[in-house]
Each structure stands twice: as C-alpha cells, then as structure tokens.
Design a protein around this ligand. Sequence first.
Ligand code: SAM
Length: 198
Amino acid sequence: MVGHTKKSHKKTRLLQSQNADIYHHPIEKKKQLQNLTEYINGDILEVFGGQGNLTEYYKKCGNVTAMTKEKFGDSFDVIYSMRANKKTYNVIDIDSYGYPDKFFPVVFQMMKHKTTLIITFPVVGVNCLNGIQEQHFINYWRSSRPTIGDVVGVLTDMALREWYLLQLIDLQKIKRIYRIAFQCTRQKATELCGVKNR
Ligand SMILES: C[S@@+](CC[C@H](N)C(=O)[O-])C[C@H]1O[C@@H](n2cnc3c(N)ncnc32)[C@H](O)[C@@H]1O
C-alpha cells in the first residue's frame, strides 16, 4: 500500500512538472476569471505563475508580474522581498499546488485600496491526513478539516488586522481544488473602530 502511494505520488509530481492540464485546469480557471472581469485589472501579481496558463489571460487585463520559480525563485521566499519593495497590487492570485497558508498575512500588506485576492485551496481529505497535517490545519485554519467557512472566517479576521474588509465574491470547485475569490477593501481605522483620533 505504502509502495503504491509512493508510486502514484511520483507520477503526480511528474505530470505536474509536465504542466498536465489535469493538474492545472486552465479552462475552468479562465472561465471563472472571465466571470470576474470587473474585478481583474490594473497591477496583477501571480504568486505561482508556473508555465503561464493564466499569465496570457491576465496580460489582456492589466500589467502582470508572474512569479515563476525559474525567473524569480521560490515564491515562498520571494514574496517577502516583493513586500519589502512596497509595491502594491490590484489583483493577487495565489495558485499553488498545496495550501496557500504561508502567504498570509503578508499578501494583505501588498494591496491597493481595493484588491482582488484569488486563492487555490485543495479540497481537504483528498489525500490521507496525518497528525502533523491535521495540527498544521488547526494552527492555520482553526480546524483539523477546514471548511470553506473556516477559511473565509480566518482570512476575514486576518484582513481586518490589516484594516481590510474581505468579501467573498466567487467560489468554484474544480475537481480536487477550490478557487476562491475575494474583494478586499481598505477601511479607515477610525471608522472601523468607531473612535476618533485626538
Ligand atoms: C498549480 S500550478 C499553477 C500554475 C499556473 N497558475 C497555471 O494555472 O498553470 C503551480 C506552479 O507553481 C510552480 N511552483 C511549484 N513550487 C513553486 C515554488 N516554491 N515557487 C514558485 N513556483 C513554484 C510549479 O512548477 C507550477 O507550475
């Protein structure tokens, strides 16, 4: 059984590296973006540009920075140097193979007044969960099997810490992943807190 799992994991990795559509779902992802045109414009950051399935589409909508491993390096590290450059984006798309956990809260510090955030969130339970994975989910998403509600709740709290109001604008389940889109709107701290600065 373990041998079989290892073999299929290897096959998955190979097909992913060959940019196989069964792992990237370009048609479904682009269809979702086409329904969100009013939210997709300006400066666009693709955190996992990969081999450009979405980059070509995004280029028609705005000014795209596609972070690819080959050109930029490991997105998990590079995101912090992008943050240090203080550039902000109208659209941030985190299309990782795994969970986007480690890109929060940093991406909330890279937003304009209004920014569209799109994340890929793998359906929980597709792969066998072990204790460490369950604890990781609890640490990041407050549940050993986070639901979309848990994800939206945690991100809403996190966004508010950075004075952004998060609104869920679209949710698509594409095979084994969810693509979740939010509009994030900066709030005035004084208005949000109902207090006045003296
Ligand atoms: C789920 S794919 C999505 C790519 C693209 N958005 C698309 O729709 O085709 C994730 C991509 O990120 C690349 N990748 C994997 N690990 C990475 C890392 N640590 N930093 C940057 N890119 C990475 C993979 O090679 C893969 O092409």
